[in-house]
Design a protein around this ligand. Structure first.
Ligand SMILES: Cc1ncc(COP(=O)(O)O)c(C=O)c1O
Length: 361
C-alpha cells in the first residue's frame, strides 16, 4: 500500500463476555478504528488504532456547514471457509467518492478505503456475528475538519472507519407512510449522495410518522408529489402482476448497492424487472384491482424488508401475508446466501477480507 499506516492494537479486547448474536442495530462497536487526515492536499497520518473518542474544536466546519458523508457496508463469515468476506466493497468505495465529490470533498483513494475496511474486518474478525440476518457493519465517513467559520469548502478533512456487530435493522415487516407534505430530495440537489444532512432533513417527518405507528416514510418526488423515490434507509420495489418494478436512480435517489444486486439477480433468474418511474396513483390502482402482490425495501442495513402495509392520504392499504409472497422472500434468501458464501458467487461481489498492513505487524 502506498500509504504508511501506524498500527496500534488494543491491549485487551472488549469482546469477551459479549453476546454479539443478539444485538440491536448500531449500539456496539468493535475494538479498532481507522483514521486518516487530509491536510495540504494529501492523505496522511493513517492509523489503525483502538476505537475511542476523538477530539475536535467547536469551530470545526463539518458541524456548521454539513460537509459530511458516510457509507454503510457489511462483512460476514463465509460458511465455506470460516473466513471474513466483504460484500461489494469496491462499489461502496466508488459511491463514497461520488457522494464526497458532490459536497466538494476530496476523494479517498480506493486503495486506502479498501485497505481500511479490509484491515478492520481482519483484525476484528471475532466481532462478526453468525446468526441469521447478522453481520459486521462497517461505517466509513469523511468530514470537514478545518477550524474556521465562513461558508466555504474546508481544506482539511478526516476519514474514519469503525465497525460493529449488528442484527437485523427491521426484525419484522415494515409499515410505510407515503409522504404528503415533506420532501427528501429534489432535482439538482444532493439526494443521490449519502450526505449526513439528507438524513437530518428526514428526522422530523420520520418521528411524526412513528407517532402514527409507521416505521418508514416512502418519499415522493419533490416537484409533483407523484412518483416514488425511496424510503429513509432503503430503496423500494413493488411487484405488480408478475413484474418487479423499481424507480430509476436519479440525482434524487441513492444508488443502492443492494438495489443493484437485486435487479441483477432477479434478471438472471428470468423474472421481469422494470426500472421506470412509478406513480403513487399506479400503485394504489394496482392495489385496488388486486395486482399489487408485494412491496419490499432494500438496503445494506435493511437487507430485504417486506412491507406490511402502506398508508396514502389517510387510507391504509394492506399487502398480502408474507407467507403468500414469492419474490421478496426468494430474493432475500438469494442475497443472504451469496453474502454468507453458502452458494457460489458468480459476480465477484464477495471478496475475502485481506490486509497488507497487518501482515507487517
Ligand atoms: C436513503 C437510502 N436509500 C437507500 C439505501 C440502500 O442503499 P444500499 O443498498 O447501498 O445500502 C440506504 C442505505 O444505505 C439509504 O440510506
Amino acid at each position: 500500500m502506498k500509504y504508511p499506516v501506524k498500527v496500534q492494537l488494543v491491549e485487551k479486547s472488549r469482546r469477551e463476555g459479549l453476546d454479539i448474536e443478539n444485538l440491536p442495530f448500531g449500539k456496539t462497536f468493535s475494538d479498532h478504528m481507522f483514521v486518516a487526515d487530509y491536510i495540504d492536499g494529501a492523505w496522511q497520518n493513517c492509523q489503525l488504532v483502538p476505537y475511542g473518542d476523538i477530539s475536535f474544536a467547536p469551530s470545526m466546519m463539518a458541524l456548521h456547514y454539513g460537509q459530511s458523508v458516510f457509507e454503510g457496508m457489511k462483512a460476514n463469515i463465509s460458511t465455506q471457509t470460516g473466513e471474513p468476506m466483504m460484500f461489494r466493497a469496491k462499489k461502496h468505495a466508488q459511491r463514497f467518492n461520488k457522494s464526497s465529490e458532490r459536497l466538494r470533498m476530496p476523494a479517498v483513494p480506493e486503495e486506502l478505503f479498501l485497505e481500511a475496511v479490509n484491515s478492520l474486518t481482519v483484525i476484528d474478525k471475532k466481532w462478526i456475528p453468525q446468526s441469521a440476518g447478522s453481520a459486521l457493519y462497517l461505517r466509513p465517513f469523511i468530514f470537514a475538519s478545518d477550524e474556521s467559520l465562513g461558508v466555504r469548502a474546508s481544506s482539511s478533512y478526516k476519514f474514519i472507519v469503525f465497525t460493529g456487530p449488528v442484527g437485523p435493522y427491521y426484525p419484522k415487516p415494515v409499515r410505510i407512510l407515503v409522504a404528503q407534505k415533506y420532501v427528501r430530495a429534489f432535482p439538482g440537489g444532493v439526494g443521490f449522495a449519502k450526505a449526513a444532512g439528507n438524513y437530518a432533513a428526514t428526522l422530523k417527518p420520520a418521528e411524526m410518522a412513528k407517532e402514527e405507528g409507521f416505521d418508514q416514510i416512502l418519499w415522493l418526488d419533490g416537484l409533483e408529489f407523484k412518483y416514488l423515490q425511496e424510503c429513509g434507509t432503503m430503496n423500494i420495489f413493488a411487484v405488480i402482476g408478475d413484474t418487479v418494478l423499481t424507480p430509476p436512480t436519479t440525482d434524487s435517489i441513492l444508488d443502492g448497492v443492494t438495489r443493484d444486486s437485486i435487479i441483477k439477480l432477479l434478471t438472471e433468474m428470468g423474472i421481469k424487472v422494470d426500472v421506470r418511474p412509478i406513480s403513487i396513483d399506479e400503485l394504489i390502482e394496482a392495489h385496488k384491482v388486486g395486482e399489487l402482490k408485494e412491496m419490499f425495501g432494500s438496503g445494506t442495513a435493511a437487507v430485504v424488508s417486506h412491507v406490511a402495509d402502506i398508508s396514502y392520504q389517510d387510507v391504509v392499504y394492506d399487502l398480502p401475508a408474507i407467507e403468500d409472497r414469492k419474490i421478496g422472500p426468494m430474493i432475500k434468501k438469494a442475497l443472504t446466501d451469496i453474502k454468507e458464501n453458502t452458494v457460489v458467487d458468480n459476480h465477484g461481489w464477495v471478496t475475502p477480507a485481506t490486509s497488507t498492513i497487518l501482515e507487517k505487524v
